[in-house]
Ligand binder design. Sequence first.
Ligand SMILES: Cc1cc2nc3c(=O)[nH]c(=O)nc-3n(C[C@H](O)[C@H](O)[C@H](O)COP(=O)(O)OP(=O)(O)OC[C@H]3O[C@@H](n4cnc5c(N)ncnc54)[C@H](O)[C@@H]3O)c2cc1C
Length: 153
Amino acid sequence: MSTPSSPETVSTSVLVIGAGGAGLRTSIELAQNDVDCLVLGKRAHGDAHTIWAAGGINASLGSLDPEDRWEIHAADTLDEGHFVNDPTAVEMLCRRAPDRIRELAEWGMDFDRTDEGKINQRYFGAQSFRRTCFVGDRTGQALMDTLVQKAMD
Ligand SMILES: Cc1cc2nc3c(=O)[nH]c(=O)nc-3n(C[C@H](O)[C@H](O)[C@H](O)COP(=O)(O)OP(=O)(O)OC[C@H]3O[C@@H](n4cnc5c(N)ncnc54)[C@H](O)[C@@H]3O)c2cc1C
């Protein structure tokens, strides 16, 4: 009769459970701040709901509609959420989204571009402006590929 192998003991400062977009981005931030972390997933690398997010990611970059602003993004989000969503979280998301999109582009995410080379944006959901950044119809897959690669670097 075979005996089960002894479990390996691993020490880490932060244990991130879940290796989807949120878990991977958290682990990258921790590593960039020299915090030791371990990401624990239950699926193969890159397999998470995040890959199904085909539509795109909203950020008030104003590539096509320069009048767009994070405040309008926040208002649209609260309105569409029927004011159930946490206003503090919505503000944080909408304020930071443009920089996070530019960061993803720097990390190699191949966003669709306008003829002028700006990150392209389209209408999606209840948005007042063209605000959704996308990679064809595979935005979530491209996001996961980018984050997995960055996390492994
Ligand atoms: C069909 C679909 C389309 C969508 N389209 C869009 C869109 O166009 N734009 C948009 O912004 N959002 C969209 N979303 C929402 C978006 O995908 C999610 O909000 C986002 O991916 C959530 O990321 P996450 O990292 O929190 O979760 P996930 O990507 O689900 O990652 C969670 C991870 O945790 C792992 N896990 C769970 N339990 C455990 C455990 N006990 N131990 C270890 N690991 C565990 C899972 O295996 C998974 O890898 C869509 C969602 C779906 C399902």
